[in-house]
Ligand binder design. Structure first.
Ligand code: ZN
Length: 299
């Protein structure tokens, strides 16, 4: 029997990563290119997979974990479309149709963070758990939830980056930069917000800069909210900002303070370092998550 081969797309707002393989130890080809227009970007993805099929053989399915908001519901007339987004040219773009028509195989489509959650559940820090959250804090902020053993979609899909937070303007006068909500979580704590507030890139701010205590504060508020509402067994936090090693222990401590012993679990009370963790797959959660989505598509 031939082992099925899968394609994965991690579609980000600034770059696309396409890969072919079956899992973390078996990625046979990989490419990345900048996100331009939907037409041009999807054409490059199609070209890559066609070339790989010529070299490696027929793919069984493609998983596409994409920046959102998007319509992941296969029964919806707008399945495969990007929903209104500040990213120019992408609103209402049907990004699944070009793949399906050119390659003629199933395409599983979900948010980048749901994809990453699935990848972490299969091969990373969510292994063995039925309920956990994957949160990315980078250029934007988003979260995927794995609930009772499957990805949570609900009405459309969760938007964990846009929850309101307590914002003390005497301490942090920055107004926030979310085009929809101003000072929501993403508006206050994304990499863009850090740069706008301090007028310097986050990567250039030293570990003892006050930026990081404020950042940990906002992230901890959000994690406490998710802990109260979804009762996850673990929260995995990745992304360019979320993966910063020096931030993790601050986030753990502040989240514990916000919860204030109200959730009576020894994991939170005594082992917060196992409750809030960085991704087991490093920065490969998204791409491997897309492969995991593809695998799910042919079950
Ligand atoms: Zn917002």
């Amino acid at each position: 029997m031939i082992t099925p081969l899968f394609g994965g797309i991690e579609g980000g707002g600034t770059k696309f990563v396409c890969a072919v393989g079956t899992g973390p130890d078996d990625i046979r080809a990989e490419t990345r290119f900048p996100t331009t227009t939907p037409e041009e970007t999807m054409a490059r993805a199609v070209d890559f997979f066609k070339q790989q099929e010529a070299d490696l053989g027929q793919l069984s399915a493609i998983g596409f974990a994409c920046f959102g908001p998007l319509d992941p519901n296969p029964d919806s007339p707008t399945f495969g479309h990007i929903l209104p987004t500040p990213k120019p040219g992408w609103t209402k773009a049907n990004v699944v149709a070009p793949l399906r028509s050119a390659l003629g195989i199933p395409v599983a489509f979900d948010t980048d963070v749901n994809g990453a959650a699935l990848g972490e559940g299969r091969w990373g820090a969510g292994q063995g758990l039925q309920n956990f959250i994957y949160l990315t804090v980078g250029t934007g902020i988003g979260g995927g939830a794995y609930v009772d053993g499957k990805l949570l979609h609900g009405l459309i899909h969760p938007e964990m980056g846009h929850i309101p937070l307590r914002h003390d303007k005497t301490k942090d006068p920055y107004e926030g930069n979310c085009p929809f909500h101003g000072d929501c979580f993403e508006g206050l704590a994304s990499g863009v917000a850090v740069e706008n507030r301090w007028k310097v890139r986050g990567s250039e701010l030293p570990e003892d800069h006050p930026a990081w205590d404020l950042e940990a504060e906002y992230i901890a508020q959000a994690l406490a909210s998710y802990s109260f509402t979804l009762s996850p067994q673990r929260i995995i936090i990745g992304g360019g900002v979320g993966s910063l090693g020096h931030l993790l222990s601050r986030i753990q401590q502040k989240t514990q303070q916000y919860i204030n012993s109200y959730i009576q679990s020894y994991i939170i009370l005594e082992h917060i370092e196992t409750y809030i963790v960085n991704p087991g797959l490093g920065n490969r959660s998204g791409m491997l998550g897309a492969i995991a989505l593809a695998k799910q598509a042919i079950k």
